[in-house]
Design a protein around this ligand. Structure first.
Ligand SMILES: Cc1ncc(COP(=O)(O)O)c(C=O)c1O
Length: 376
């Protein structure tokens, strides 16, 4: 039987050599490799600053703190995401206020923002679902009107643009994930990018306990006493992660192109299958092509997941909506019916394998098995 992994990373010989270089050096923690990665990542996004952290969750958490959001505040977000998005809001003692998503794209529906505002609303966290950017222009206008901060959850969307504008440009910060299955990966890892030098300086301190000198400063320069002006966390990216990411960032466009070709193949093949739907890619944007999902009849979804796996095809569900996870139901009293569009996607969605080394013959096998299984 064929075995088609759900995901395979793209770490190559050059990446391994760079990591080996770090391991043979004396300096393993946050240093020159992280700095180089941060500079190149900022350049790619056309933003002024990037701060390497240990995860996107850490980036979201620190962004909210750096922007002055805290206990008792409310942050508007989407239920159609990984739980990390809403958990970061809880980590600072604020409350996630969910709004429903657009049927066409699965992204947070900007038209519903005003109905969710209260005196306590302080920020919005849009998630660029599967790599398709939310309507950032409208969100920016609303944020300006109601004096809200915007933290983009761009875990899926490094390569995305909308009307030619990349992520991070219409927000206060944008947060990225380099988790094991992301478009570029260091196993675990993340980054925050921002055009604000003030926010960046604060984030740099917050990722390392709130200390005003990094270990690299202490190592490369003469010892000077350091201070801790604010309370921070231990979220700094290390040189091993930086080294792993540098080469992948150089290849990011060619990796995107391969996923885009596979995406178009899947889309074309699934067009004629009755009873299934693929979310729309809007014409005004460049989709980062992170996760390819197909919506199937709810009554068939779980059986299809089993059959595909039995036939060697790796699959995932991105996502069952956050508000229906046990903790969120229990803590906030959420129930089925609260956000019907997100729930409908959550009941129908299946993610298929999508990564640059997936061969077209393998993608054809995935489609054949999918078509046979749904017709059975
Ligand atoms: C949309 C979204 N947000 C946040 C995260 C959290 O990323 P990390 O694992 O780097 O904390 C993920 C990770 O899967 C994600 O998919």
């Amino acid at each position: 039987m064929k075995k088609i992994e759900f995901f395979h990373h793209n770490i190559d010989r050059e990446d391994r050599a760079r990591v080996s270089e770090v391991l043979q050096s004396i300096f393993l923690t946050t240093g020159s490799y992280v700095q180089e990665f941060e500079a190149k990542f900022s350049e790619y996004l056309r933003l002024n600053n990037t701060i390497g952290v240990t995860s996107c969750t850490a980036g979201l958490h620190l962004s909210l703190i750096a922007l002055g959001i805290g206990p008792g505040d409310e942050v508007i977000t989407t239920p159609m995401s990984f739980c990390a998005t809403a958990n970061a809001i809880l980590h600072i003692g604020a409350k996630p206020i969910f709004i429903d998503v657009e049927e066409e794209t699965g992204n947070l529906n900007a038209e519903l923002i005003e109905s969710a505002l209260s005196k306590r609303t302080r920020a919005i966290i849009p998630v660029h679902l599967y790599g398709q950017m939310c309507d950032m222009k409208t969100l920016r206008l609303l944020a300006n009107r109601y004096k809200l901060k915007i933290v983009e959850d761009a875990a899926h969307a490094i390569e995305a643009t909308r009307n030619g504008i990349p992520v991070g440009h219409l927000a206060d910060t944008a947060c990225f994930s380099f988790y094991a299955t992301k478009n570029i990966t260091s196993g675990e890892g993340g980054a925050v990018s921002t055009n604000s030098s003030r926010t960046a300086a604060l984030l740099r301190m917050l990722r390392l306990h709130g200390i005003d000198r990094s270990a690299a400063d202490r190592y490369t320069k003469r010892y000077k006493h350091w201070d801790m002006p604010v309370l921070g966390w231990k979220y700094n990216m290390d040189n091993i992660q930086g080294a792993l990411l540098l080469g992948q960032l150089k290849r990011i466009e060619s990796l995107w192109k391969k996923r885009d070709t596979l995406w178009r193949f899947y889309e074309e093949e699934l067009r004629s299958v009755s009873g299934v739907r693929v979310l729309k890619t809007l014409p005004e944007l460049r989709h980062a092509r992170h996760l390819f999902t197909v919506l199937v009849p709810p009554a068939k979804r779980d059986a299809l997941l089993r059959t595909l796996q039995n036939k060697g095809v790796g699959v995932a569900v991105n996502y069952r909506p956050i508000h229906l996870l046990r903790f969120y139901r229990k803590t906030f009293g959420h129930k089925s019916g609260d956000y019907p569009v997100a729930e409908d996607i959550g009941r129908r969605t299946i993610s298929l394998p999508l990564y640059p080394s997936l061969r077209i013959t393998e993608a054809k096998y995935v489609i054949r098995v999918f078509k046979e299984s749904i017709a059975a």
